[in-house]
Write a protein that binds this ligand. Structure first.
Ligand code: 5GP
Length: 190
């Protein structure tokens, strides 16, 4: 997706050897027009899958999933990372290791919002080691639903998530795949 690559090259900042910051359009300030193009692109890739629901994880995934959902015309459910008295007691739970925060966190989805037999599309902003996606897949499996696809805005091709998910025959589509950052320079693999 050339427009996305252009923005990453113009505005992305590399932190250390493994983190890409794209706060100016994806993770803090949101470029809604760009998100529309991202949503359309996910729709092109997964429209034939008869998706019944999009599942993502708070916080950055919510905006991406919501705009994509306008094309799929399905609801969005986001997994919650924090415990809240607002959340139903009856939840599917899983655990993931946060690559950016370097700690484990629990994620939860109310059992009301994923039904057995549903065809789920998982969307997220970044794919690093695949822990967030695996935790979301675990929740879909617990619900007796199926993961019809996983859509990622930016995959970091030098981390293990892509290989892990493709090895499990997950239908993974990453809009851009970035290569190792050499001296802070960003290169793409796709
Ligand atoms: P994973 O679970 O695949 O190891 O990491 C994916 C999650 O970590 C994403 O939901 C994303 O929020 C965060 N993440 C991983 N790598 C990066 C990165 O380079 N930049 C940003 N902004 N977030 C990242």
């Amino acid at each position: 997706m050339d427009v996305l690559k252009k923005r990453i090259l113009e505005e992305g900042r590399v932190v250390g050897e493994e983190i890409l910051k794209v706060d100016s359009f994806l993770n803090h300030q949101i470029d809604v027009q760009l998100f529309q193009e991202i949503g359309q692109e996910f729709y092109k890739k997964f429209a034939h899958k008869n998706i019944t629901k999009i599942l993502t994880i708070e916080a950055s995934g919510i905006a991406i999933a919501s705009i994509a959902a306008l094309y799929f015309k399905v609801p969005v459910v986001f997994a919650k990372k924090t415990k809240s008295r607002n959340l139903d007691n009856d939840t599917y739970k899983s655990k993931a290791y946060s690559f950016t925060k370097e700690m484990y966190y629990d994620i939860q989805v109310s059992k009301r919002y994923i039904q057995e037999g549903e065809r789920i599309l998982i969307l997220d902003d970044f794919l690093a080691n695949g822990k967030a996606v695996l935790a979301l897949m675990d929740i879909v499996n617990q619900a007796g639903a199926t993961v019809e696809g996983v859509g990622i805005v930016i995959e970091k091709g030098f981390q293990d998530g892509g290989k892990l998910l493709r090895g499990k025959k997950v239908n993974l589509e990453s809009l851009v795949i970035v290569d190792r950052f050499k001296d802070g320079i960003i290169k793409f693999m796709n």
